[in-house]
Design a protein around this ligand. Structure first.
Ligand code: SF4
Length: 558
């Protein structure tokens, strides 16, 4: 069906109102306002969540360096900082015990950092952006990245009002085409337009190592006073993760009675039953955690993938008509598991480049390439480069990784090897028989009994994320071949999707047409937009596409 689409023209299109996109918009607006010789260009900031911050989720202990550079008086202006970090500790956990490190390894030292809620900080940054004169369109989701004649020329937004089978309903509204001189992708982790950019413009990632991801599962709890101090930061490694798996956990005191707690699990696990949500629930049974949370109340839940390979997995930052920033560009330091400060710094540099383009009246690819040059000379690049081999150092497991991390610290990030290749995460998961050959037994998922008071099943947790989707729309989880799911994957891997999805979207149910067999059933309305399935499916046949704008989680205090 030929659809006539409204065409909107703008100068600059920023996709995603997270820290990177908002920093770009704020720096752009304030720099232009301070220079009488410049005129404000047309700028559109689009955000797929129903409000700015609705999809923003982070641990989050923020290094304030980026924010302080963007808005030096951010504290006086009322930025929502939950607490200054008041104390740091680092533990190795065994099943029932713990060993406290007598010193804090430099990457996990948090002195001078601030505990934030990223979704509150994003909301506050959005207010600053709008006060500076740039409008943000929340609930507007990008569906297609338009690439024409060797340049990105804009984005098509999602159609609204299609039925499950794709046919238009009475309230059908076709998505618009937004044409822009420059499109800046700041979509966060594994953005669907960013994935398209890498497919349509392979040179963006031709020199990059495939990204390595974790899935972070997080809850926010209200706890009785005396359990934790505002600003207290606890990191743990070890149990419940086996030593061959990458990841770790955090417990942060957002206040004297509010706790951010989460576990991040590597998606390059060999285990086809890898279930970050279940591991997180098990984590909460550890005595160290229980003594903080027990008797408290779960307030919020969320989950999100984290791009964790750092410097060597970064794409080229520009292409004619295109800039990439924040998690979309892999701007995350894996040793510190921190990216907010780098995303903000990336946004500042993107804006500085755009101001030069406006001054010159020239938005050519050559001009935009100055963004990459700025990045290459910046402290952000230096920080990422000095930790460039961190994640790869853990390829041999936790203890090898700790050793490599120590060597990298004294060799400015070089370590014992340089630029170890990383295969896409989904290629690390083992088939059941391969797993048996390697570990001597079948994959066995360790479980807990959910009581939905302290240990929560996925569906109850999803309720605490505020997730909403219109049921009548095409599934935003596109499965290329159900036959693989219902037959080959069941036999070979035991359907890992039913385990790795932290929102119970993928379930195997009895197949009424095949006695004794099961089939895959999807519940897309549960999806918290974490992107794990787009990354971890062993056949790489799941594609996450954007549902209607304004849907997905509605995070608060995350
Ligand atoms: Fe995450 Fe995919 Fe599950 Fe959605 S369906 S919650 S993106 S794993």
């Amino acid at each position: 069906m030929d659809i006539e689409r409204e065409i909107l023209e703008t100068d600059i299109l920023i996709v995603g109102a997270g820290p990177a996109g908002l920093a770009t918009a704020y720096k752009l607006a304030t720099t232009i306002a301070a220079d009488d010789s410049l005129e404000m260009p047309e700028v559109i900031v689009m955000e797929k969540a129903s409000y700015v911050g609705g999809h923003a989720l982070s641990g989050a202990v923020m290094d304030p360096r980026g924010l302080a550079e963007l808005i030096p008086d951010y504290k006086e202006k009322g930025a929502p900082i939950e607490a200054e970090v008041s104390g740091d500790s680092f533990y190795y956990l065994t099943r029932g015990g713990s060993f406290k490190f007598p010193f804090m390894p430099p990457p996990v030292q948090n002195h001078g950092n601030e505990i934030i809620s990223l979704n509150k900080l994003s909301g506050w940054l959005a207010e600053q952006v709008e006060a500076a004169g740039i409008d943000i369109f929340a609930g507007l989701a990008g569906y297609d990245l338009i690439v024409e004649d060797g340049a990105v020329t804009g984005v098509q937004t999602v159609d609204m009002g299609r039925d499950k089978d794709g046919s238009p309903r009475s309230n059908f509204e076709p998505g618009s085409v937004i044409r822009a001189k420059v499109t800046i992708l700041c979509e966060g982790v594994r953005g669907s337009l960013t994935r398209m950019a890498f497919e349509k413009i392979p040179e963006l990632i031709a020199d990059s190592v495939p990204q390595a991801y974790l899935t972070g599962v997080k809850e926010v709890w209200e706890v009785p006073a005396g359990r934790i101090k505002a600003g207290e930061v606890i990191h743990t490694i070890g149990w419940p993760q086996p030593s061959h798996e990458y990841g770790g956990a955090w417990i942060y005191g957002m206040s004297d009675t509010m706790v951010s707690i989460g576990l991040a699990v590597g998606l390059n696990s060999p285990d086809p039953t890898n279930d970050p949500h279940m591991k997180f629930q098990r984590y909460k049974t550890h005595p160290l955690v229980k003594k903080i949370l027990d008797g408290g109340t779960l307030l919020h839940y969320g989950a999100k993938a984290i791009p964790d390979n750092g410097y060597y997995s970064m794409p080229k930052l520009t292409y004619p008509g295109l800039m990439l920033c924040g998690d979309s560009a892999g701007m995350l330091n894996p040793a510190r598991l921190k990216g907010v400060h780098l995303a903000i710094k990336g946004g500042i540099m993107a804006a500085e480049t755009l101001v030069d383009c406006i001054r010159a009246g020239d938005f050519s690819g050559q001009r935009l390439a100055a963004y990459q040059e700025r990045f290459d000379k910046s402290w952000a690049r230096e920080e990422l480069y000095n930790n460039r081999n961190f994640h790869a150092g853990f390829d041999g497991g936790l203890f090898a990784g700790l050793f490599h991390g120590a060597v990298q610290m004294v060799t400015s990030g070089n370590g014992l090897f340089e630029r170890r290749e990383h295969k896409p995460d989904h290629t690390y998961v083992l088939k059941i028989d391969e797993y048996r050959n390697r570990f001597g037994h079948d994959p066995e998922k360790q479980t807990v009994k959910f009581d939905n008071k302290y240990l929560f099943d996925k569906v109850t947790d999803v309720y605490k994320s505020g997730t909403m989707h219109e049921e009548h729309q095409p599934s935003h989880l596109q499965i290329a071949d159900y036959d693989i799911c219902n037959n080959r994957c069941t036999e070979e891997y035991g359907n890992p999707c039913q385990h790795f999805c932290p929102a119970s979207v993928y379930n195997m149910v009895d197949d009424e047409n095949r006695e004794g067999k099961q089939k895959l059933e999807l519940t897309p309305s549960n999806c918290v937009h974490c992107k794990t399935c787009d990354i971890a499916d062993p056949y790489n046949i799941i594609r996450w596409v954007t549902p209607q704008g304004g849907e997905g989680p509605n995070y608060t205090n995350m």
